[in-house]
Structure formats: structure tokens, C-alpha cells
Design a binder for this molecule. Structure first.
Ligand code: G3P
Ligand code: MG
Length: 273
């Protein structure tokens, strides 16, 4: 039985499912779009992960890269363009013609869609250097404005400064710290930032580290897992969740094998509508 991390109390622990749709369902529909979340829901996801960045006029929108180039028909930095300009880009055609005209959604639109579809939302904060506080504040403000219309939420980031800022502004919202390689001092970082979830690149996760994280009472989520054999191995080792671009494959391969763990806490925002 895992012990509780020492800083437990606030916020409540998020109840993550074994499979989280990565950027929606990035191999099945254009990443970080509303169409992607609808597809993730249709494929059986209970939660989706997506990336947020700030526009030049301070609106949090969904985009993984600092630039629009890879995932839209436009070029340039997200942070250098207004929401109005960004909304004229096509975020679907690059993926497949059936998604032509798909727009980059605002964080607010994404969260409301998640609420409507009863999807949990893992909001990953991205920022250019120096922009960590501004995006953290914008995310906190958006969640606060939505209030009860918010879905179940986990806010995560690779950026400790963004998580520290977010914690100060919205301490009740569960947080996760992401690592590319989990450092020796991972637990001190988690305690300092009040994170209950550790996210890690599955390719650099070792069984001993998985056990230590689990034994210390943290949830461990591994990205990005598209191979069902690897997913099963990670679950067997104690990983709680995997982020997948093809959640249908992982869910199908894992059906019946995923242990249902007893839930000890409350939902962070109460049950989603
Ligand atoms: O949050 C897990 C995963 O999304 C982190 O990597 O680069 O896909 O945002 P990335
Ligand atoms: Mg991400």
C-alpha cells in the first residue's frame, strides 16, 4: 500500500484513467483540436491531454509547438499573433481533408467541450522563456471563470516556474510535474510544487524508479505510448496511466487487464456535468 505524499491535503488527487488521449487522439485526428477530442471520446477515452500557449493578446489556445507551421496552414509564432489572426488558420487540412477548416481552439472552448462530453482534461502549460507566469495566470483565470462548468482537470507542465505560479493562483487544482528524464531529486521537486502526479517519458523509465514513485504515493503517467505490449509492461510495473496517440489500440489491447484501483478522494471540481 502506497503511503501518502507529505504535502497531501490540497488539492485532491486526480483519478486518472489508464489511457489518456494524447493531444486528443493525435494519430486519429488533428492534434489539439475539438475534432480530436470528439474522436478521442468516440474511441473510448475518459480523459484527454492537450497543450496550451498564450497568444499575443493574452488568450490561452491549444498548440503544442511554439510556431503554427507544423499543425496549420500558417507560419509564425503563436505568441506573436492575436487570437483573431490565429483563428483564421486551418488546423485540420494538414492531417486529412476531412478535417479541413478545423480551428485552433481556445482553452475555454476546449474545457467546455470536455465538460459536455464528460472528458477529464489534462491541461499542459507550454511557454516561451519568460512567459511562464502569464500563461499560468491565464489558465487559472479561465478555470476560475468556468467554475462549475469546468471538467475534471489536471494541470501539468515541464516548467517548474509555471507550476509554482499556477499553484499560487489556483492552489486547489491538481498539478503534475513532467520530466523528460526523472532526476534523483524528483520528490523534492514534487513536494515543492505540490504535485501529486509525475509525468515521464516512458523510454527513460526504469522499474526501480517506477516502484519508488508508486511507493511514495504519487500517480505516475507515462508519455507517449502507442505500443500495446509496452503499455501492458508499464501497467504491470505500476504506471497508473499512459498518454497515447492511438488510445483505441491501447484500450483494446488492455481490455480486461487493467486493474480498477480503489479511489480514496473526491473529484477536484465535483462530478462533471
Ligand atoms: O503531457 C505529456 C506529454 O504531452 C508531454 O510531451 O511534448 O507531447 O507535450 P509533449
Ligand atoms: Mg503535451
Amino acid at each position: 500500500m502506497a503511503s501518502e505524499p507529505p504535502h497531501i491535503g490540497k488539492p485532491d488527487r486526480p483519478r486518472l484513467p489508464p489511457v489518456i488521449g494524447h493531444r486528443g487522439a493525435a494519430a486519429r485526428a488533428p492534434e489539439n483540436t475539438l475534432a480530436g477530442f470528439r474522436r478521442a471520446k468516440a474511441l473510448g477515452c475518459a480523459w484527454v491531454e492537450f497543450d496550451v500557449r498564450l497568444t499575443a493578446d493574452g488568450v490561452p489556445v491549444l498548440c503544442h509547438d511554439p510556431r503554427l507551421d507544423r499543425t496549420t496552414d500558417r507560419t509564425g509564432q503563436v505568441a506573436a499573433q492575436t487570437l483573431a489572426a490565429i483563428r483564421t488558420s486551418d488546423a485540420g487540412s494538414w492531417f486529412a481533408p476531412e478535417f479541413a477548416g478545423e480551428r485552433i481552439p481556445t482553452l475555454e472552448a476546449a474545457l467546455l467541450l470536455c465538460t459536455g462530453f464528460d472528458l477529464g482534461a489534462n491541461v499542459e502549460i507550454k511557454a516561451d522563456r519568460g512567459g511562464e507566469y502569464a500563461i499560468a495566470a491565464a489558465v487559472a483565470m479561465t478555470l476560475g471563470r468556468l467554475g462549475e462548468r469546468c471538467p475534471r482537470v489536471l494541470v501539468s507542465s515541464f516548467l517548474p516556474s509555471a507550476l509554482a505560479a499556477f499553484r499560487a493562483l489556483a492552489p486547489q487544482v491538481p498539478r503534475g510535474i513532467l520530466f523528460r528524464l526523472i532526476p534523483r531529486g524528483w520528490e523534492a521537486v514534487a513536494i515543492r510544487l505540490g504535485c501529486l502526479v509525475i509525468g515521464a517519458d516512458h523510454r527513460r523509465l526504469r522499474p526501480r524508479r517506477i516502484k519508488a514513485i508508486r511507493d511514495a504515493g504519487y500517480e505516475l503517467a507515462a508519455y507517449t505510448v502507442n505500443d500495446p505490449v509496452r503499455a501492458r509492461r508499464l501497467f504491470d510495473l505500476g504506471v497508473a496511466s499512459v498518454f497515447s496517440d492511438m488510445p483505441d489500440i491501447i484500450l483494446a489491447a488492455s481490455a480486461g487487464r487493467l486493474a480498477t484501483r480503489p479511489w480514496r478522494g473526491k473529484e477536484p471540481f465535483g462530478e462533471a456535468a
